[in-house]
Design a protein around this ligand. Sequence first.
Ligand SMILES: Nc1ncnc2c1ncn2[C@@H]1O[C@H](COP(=O)(O)OP(=O)(O)O[C@H]2O[C@H](CO)[C@@H](O)[C@H](O)[C@H]2O)[C@@H](O)[C@H]1O
Ligand SMILES: O=P(O)(O)OC[C@H](O)CO
Length: 485
Amino acid sequence: MAKKQAPKIIMVSNRGAYNLQATDSGIQPVPAISGLVSAVEPFLKEKGGVWVAWGGREAPQENSPGVRLPVPQEDPAYTFLEVPLTAGEIKLYYHGFTNGALWPLCHYFLEKCRYNSQEWSTYVRVNAKFADAALMEAREGDTVWVNDYHLALVPAQIRHRKPQLRQFFFWHIPFPHHDLLATLPWAPQILRGLLGTDVLGFHLQSYVDNFLNAVATLLGARVDFEHNVVYWQQRRIHVGAWPMGVDYQAFQRQALNPGTRARAETLRSQLGVEHLALSVERLDYTKGILERLLAWERLLEEVPEWRGRAALVQIAVPSRTAVPAYRRLKEEVEAAVGRINGRFSEGSYRPVHYFWRGLPRQELVAYYLAADVMLVTPLRDGLNLVAKEYVASRRDSSGVLVLSRFAGAAQELKGAVLVNPYDIDGMAMILNTALNMSRAEQEKRMRLLQEKVRRHDIRWWLTCFHQAMMAREEETADVSGSAGS
Ligand SMILES: Nc1ncnc2c1ncn2[C@@H]1O[C@H](COP(=O)(O)OP(=O)(O)O[C@H]2O[C@H](CO)[C@@H](O)[C@H](O)[C@H]2O)[C@@H](O)[C@H]1O
Ligand SMILES: O=P(O)(O)OC[C@H](O)CO
């Protein structure tokens, strides 16, 4: 059960590890799929605490109470506390401001950004709801850990009401250059909101640099660029780059499991090709699914020897289906899959196997084991955990990771084959190289990758953040009140 007495972690994010579904036997938590969930839930399972999040459903009215559930149901480790959102709030805050403005802006899709003041004012109001829920839970000595672009205003909203409460914020997606951020009419408010935290984490130093330049340029804040510190309202805010890791040992264990291995073999024999390429992600325009399919089609056009011998499995998790850009993308992806299969299928051979669904962990790892080549080719991505999960799941150091140079993970994963996903011809030729790569070259690269992913795993990442928080505490004790503004 959730630990009640000792200082605890209060995790705050838009979506938690579960979506709530009403059933005849009451409210049931159904696992949600996202990078944030993969990264953060193991921590709460181990340490206990409270996760304040939207339950993914419509609240009947403005003041409906949120449910409070011990989760996971089979072995409760922490408490899920729902922040109920009405249909109007979901439309304006979630589909509107977060996924119609901030998400495309931070991923450099300016042409997709829609700035709307009603959506903005709902974002402000919904952020205050999350802050209220966190404050209801917080006791002296607790730490509030807020996540991602949905909740950028929460740190300042909390700071205003409980100045002494310890806060950490992690931003999971890219942080854009200030020239781009400045197109958002409310960019200064977003920056001021984030500066309410004590420690602010990003995946990469380039995102840290963009943030520091933004607060210096758009707010006139004093910044120590050498030490990644912002001086703001008599406080120091520490900013850091901590690329998130995965639970390497858990993926290795899953990959060793006889059931997983047998399933991987079944998948291979069912797909019936010599070479299998795999892609797995939420169905999102940032992930480069359409461009990848075009490159696969180009490969089959230009190198006909692969027809009948190589297949691509594309697994896409339904995501943000109420946002028009996501609905259009689904249609375009499905049309491309149909066209490629129409052009190159022969007998029982199909060049693309497309699934629009999430998978349980064991099935996902079976696919990772079955794939000779993993294609992770986003147009832009904060980090990308799938790339690391594939590496962590390989047991014999075979396999090729083809990785977009615009995924944050590309900075760390030196053994990957890098591609520019905007260059369809270039990507097709790199796919050809990857499919032809010798076993010795695969092993050399994969060992390099595994060493990195094993060392910088999820525990390493949590330790980095913990140390940053402790350093901040000691400094506050030492120099209390001496920071300028
Ligand atoms: N079909 C499927 N079935 C089951 N599980 C599936 C699945 N497809 C994907 N997943 C899981 O979902 C997660 C996706 O994580 P990513 O980091 O790749 O992307 P996401 O955009 O959600 O995360 C955001 O947060 C993370 C973490 O900070 C950043 O890496 C990223 O850049 C940012 O956009 C992975 O753990 C993967 O295993
Ligand atoms: O599916 P969403 O919209 O909750 O978002 C998933 C991740 O949080 C993206 O960072």
